[in-house]
Design a protein around this ligand. Structure first.
Ligand code: GTP
Ligand code: ZN
Length: 293
C-alpha cells in the first residue's frame, strides 16, 4: 500500500505520484463505479502497487473541495487574472469570480496584468488595488513585459494546488508562459467549441511548478451561481461576513432589513459601494433563478 496524489487522468488510467515522487499508472477499483465515485485529479489516494509503476487505487481520501469544470479536487488557491486594458478591468466580473472561488473555500489571489498598457487608468487601478487589499485579498500588478514583476508570481505556487481563472484574453497563458515556457495553459473555450470528446483529448493535468501544483486548464469556466444559496452569497464577501454579527436581525440578508451593520458600513464608506451593488445584483440573480429539475 502506498499513498499519493492523482496528477493526471486519461483513458481510464490515473497517474498517481507517490510521496517519493514516483509515478504509477493506476486503475480505479470497480467499487468506485458501483458507489458512483470517480477519482479526480488532485485526489489523495491509497493505492496497491501491482507491478513496476502500476497499481490499483483502493481508497480516495476525503476531499477539501472539488470543481466540475475542470474536474479537479483539493484546490487550495485560485489566481484570478484580470487585465488593466484589453479587456478593460471590470469589477463586476472580478467579484463574480471571487464569489465562485470563495464558495468553494478556495483562497483567491488577484493578478492584474497588462499594467504596461494601463496608461491613464493606472491611478484608478491603484485605488481598486487598495480596496481589494482592504478586504483582505492579495493583489499583484504585473506585466509580461516586465520581468521584475514576474518574480513575485513564482512565490504564490509553493505548497498550493492552484487553478488559474479569468476571462478570455486577459493574459493567463502569456503569464504562465513567461514564468515557465514548458507550461502551456490549455483553454477551456477552445476545446468546448470543438465539441466534447470529438478529436480533442479532454484531460486535466496538474503540473509541478515552483514547489506546488498548477492545473493546466483554466478554472471556473462557468460563471453562474447555480450551487450558491442566498445565505452562502453573503459569506462569499469577507467584508460582509465579518460584519454580520453587528446586524440587528439574525439571518439578516443585508438587503431591506433595518439596522443592518453592512448597509451602515456602506454608508460610512467602509465598504466600497460597488462591492455592495454587486452583492445586491448577485442576490437578485440567485433569487430569481429558475429552479432546476
Ligand atoms: N501589453 C501586454 N499584452 C499582454 C500581456 N499579457 C498578455 N498580453 C496579450 O494579450 C493577449 C491575450 O493573451 P493570452 O495569454 O492569450 O490570454 P488568455 O487569458 O490566456 O486568453 P484565453 O486563452 O482566451 O483564455 C495576447 O495578444 C497577449 O500577447 C501583458 O502583460 N502586456
Ligand atoms: Zn445586515
Amino acid at each position: 500500500m502506498a499513498t499519493g496524489r492523482i496528477k493526471k487522468a486519461l483513458s481510464g488510467f490515473y497517474y498517481v505520484e507517490s510521496k517519493e515522487g514516483e509515478t504509477y499508472q493506476c486503475k480505479g477499483r470497480g467499487v468506485f463505479r458501483k458507489r458512483n465515485i470517480t477519482p479526480l485529479v488532485g485526489d489523495m489516494v491509497t493505492f496497491d502497487i501491482s507491478g513496476q509503476h502500476e497499481g490499483y487505487i483502493v481508497e480516495i481520501h476525503p476531499r477539501e473541495n472539488e470543481l466540475v469544470r475542470p474536474p479537479i479536487a483539493n484546490i487550495t488557491q485560485a489566481i484570478i487574472v484580470c487585465s488593466a486594458m484589453k479587456p478593460a478591468f471590470n469589477t463586476t466580473l472580478l467579484d463574480r469570480f471571487l464569489v465562485l472561488v470563495e464558495s468553494k473555500d478556495i483562497q483567491p489571489v488577484i493578478f492584474l496584468t497588462k499594467m504596461d498598457i494601463a496608461g491613464q487608468e493606472e491611478a484608478n487601478l491603484v485605488s481598486y488595488q487598495r480596496d481589494y487589499e482592504n478586504i483582505g485579498y492579495q493583489v499583484e500588478m504585473l506585466s509580461v513585459e516586465n520581468i521584475e514583476t514576474l518574480s513575485v508570481v513564482e512565490s504564490y505556487f509553493k505548497d498550493n494546488i492552484t487553478v488559474i481563472a479569468g476571462q478570455s484574453g486577459v493574459g493567463k497563458s502569456s503569464l504562465l508562459n513567461a514564468i515557465d515556457p514548458s507550461l502551456l495553459l490549455k483553454t477551456g473555450e477552445i476545446s468546448d467549441s470543438l465539441g466534447r470528446g470529438k478529436h480533442t483529448t479532454r484531460h486535466v493535468e496538474l503540473i509541478s511548478l515552483y514547489g506546488g501544483l498548477v492545473a493546466d486548464t483554466p478554472g471556473f469556466s462557468s460563471l453562474d451561481f447555480q450551487d450558491i444559496s442566498l445565505e452562502e452569497l453573503a459569506d462569499c464577501f469577507p467584508e460582509i461576513r465579518e460584519r454580520r454579527q453587528g446586524c440587528k436581525f439574525r439571518g439578516c440578508m443585508h438587503h431591506k432589513e433595518p439596522k443592518c451593520a453592512v448597509k451602515a458600513a456602506v454608508e460610512e464608506g467602509e465598504i466600497p459601494s460597488y462591492r455592495y451593488d454587486h452583492y445586491l445584483r448577485f442576490f437578485e440573480e440567485i433569487q430569481t433563478r429558475k429552479p432546476r429539475y
